[in-house]
Design a protein. Structure first.
Length: 252
């Protein structure tokens, strides 16, 4: 099989961009991005954390062109975060659009429903990608970790997904899932870097907000730990979650 050739990499340099995907049209919890969390909209928390990925890593909100997503744009504008708008269902297309306006070699991808994604791990994974010239950074299959909602891939990996995966939902809707699954099978096309989660963050607990129950659980956590200032540290959240799990086990 002939190796895939990327013809669009000129001018990327060695830089990175943090792209946040978010929309108001969630089917399970419509409007969740503007739900209150500790006195701020969920969207605000996501963007605040994204700005911690690095002073040289610009943040871009990639939302849809639907009017219902105007409030998200307003939050981004108030925080001086750049915005691109595109198709609701072709999320990969929104990322590629963001890269047209903000060219970069690497992308820190952030899911808008994960208010505890860890900027520190994204910084570390960007460094790993640079050292190894990697197109995707991933854990081994079966690893359960609290490092959720944030990933690092190359712009090249996203273009590879668009060119080779076509309309596969793992690419168009889930953006990186197709590349993460297929990259190890195609070492001539893309380079995979393998990572291990820190032992204290190995825990099988879902941190994304998809349902009202998820939101209420996250509100309890923020009420207990967040002081209203700097982003809530993931390790403090991990300790709280472990304590809650131990208390639940003791009472059962």
């Amino acid at each position: 099989m002939t190796a895939w050739i990327d013809t669009a990499a000129a001018g990327e340099g060695d830089n990175a961009v943090c792209i946040v995907q978010a929309r108001m049209g969630s089917t399970r919890l419509p409007g969740k991005m503007m739900e209150d969390l500790g006195g701020r909209p969920l969207m605000w928390h996501i963007l605040q954390r994204a700005t911690q990925v690095g002073p040289d890593v610009p943040v871009v909100l990639a939302t849809t062109d639907h009017e219902r997503d105007d409030p998200l744009v307003a939050v981004a504008n108030a925080m001086k975060v750049a915005v691109v708008r595109g198709s609701e269902h072709d999320v990969l297309g929104r990322y590629l659009l963001a890269l047209e306006f903000h060219p970069a070699r690497w992308v820190a991808r952030v899911c808008g429903d994960s208010p505890l994604f860890d900027p520190v791990h994204l910084v570390e994974w960007l460094a790993l990608a640079r050292r190894e010239g990697a197109d995707v950074v991933r854990f081994r299959d079966g690893v359960a970790s609290l490092l959720q909602g944030g990933e690092v891939v190359s712009a090249r990996a996203l273009r590879w997904s668009r060119a080779v995966a076509g309309d596969d939902p793992l690419a168009t809707e889930h953006v990186t899932a197709w590349a993460l699954r297929n990259a190890p099978l195609h070492p001539d096309d893309v380079v995979t870097a393998w990572a291990e989660p820190p032992a204290d963050l190995v825990m099988d607990v879902k941190l994304s907000i998809d349902t009202r129950e998820d939101l209420e659980r996250m509100r309890l956590l923020y009420a207990a730990l967040w002081d209203g200032g700097q982003p809530l540290d993931l390790r403090r959240a991990a300790a709280w979650l472990k304590a809650q799990a131990a208390a639940d086990d003791a009472s059962s």
